[in-house]
Design a protein around this ligand. Structure first.
Ligand code: ADP
Length: 141
């Protein structure tokens, strides 16, 4: 069964993320797996940062850490089996990198229902399914 479950959380789409997290929480309870919540902070263009306070990145990161910790507190899995991490970079490369670092054997990821725009633009969920070395559960909203 599953031992290490990674749940990427988009903090700007918490309803979709919550749905995926609920499923991951339930699976972790049945299987005794460890759960890791991941948020990726996307790098902003350098010229945009010129207009932001000097510690903007640090503030955003701390805010994301706090949000993940708050979500983790609401889980039914015992706290000693739950961890959180914030990474900086591109969403799907960081999800795949953290899956390797954590040794995830399951990624539980949220996704909108497929739409024409999804096929044209691609999506993080699709790319993770295609490139992950472990099982991936896509939770539709
Ligand atoms: P869709 O698959 O519907 O096109 P996205 O690809 O934007 O939607 O997002 C799908 C999933 O990817 C989200 O539910 C979440 O699990 C993950 N994800 C998106 N953005 C982030 C982010 N910044 N940090 C962590 N995970 C993310």
């Amino acid at each position: 069964m599953f031992h290490t479950i990674l749940v990427p959380i988009d903090l700007s789409e918490t309803s979709i993320s919550k749905s995926a997290l609920d499923k991951a929480d339930a699976i972790a309870q049945w299987t005794g797996a460890a759960l890791r919540l991941l948020n990726v902070q996307v790098l902003l263009p350098a010229n945009f940062l010129d207009y932001m306070p000097a510690d903007f990145d640090t503030q955003q990161r701390r805010e994301a850490e706090r949000s993940l910790e708050k979500m983790a507190l609401g889980l039914r899995v015992p706290p000693e089996r739950v961890s959180t991490i914030v990474r900086v970079g591109g969403v799907y490369p960081e999800i795949l990198a953290e899956a390797d670092t954590f040794g995830a054997d399951l990624i539980v990821i949220g996704s909108h229902r497929p739409a024409m725009s999804t096929y044209l633009l691609g999506s993080n969920a699709k790319t993770v399914v295609r490139h992950a070395r472990c099982s991936v559960l896509v939770v539709r909203d």
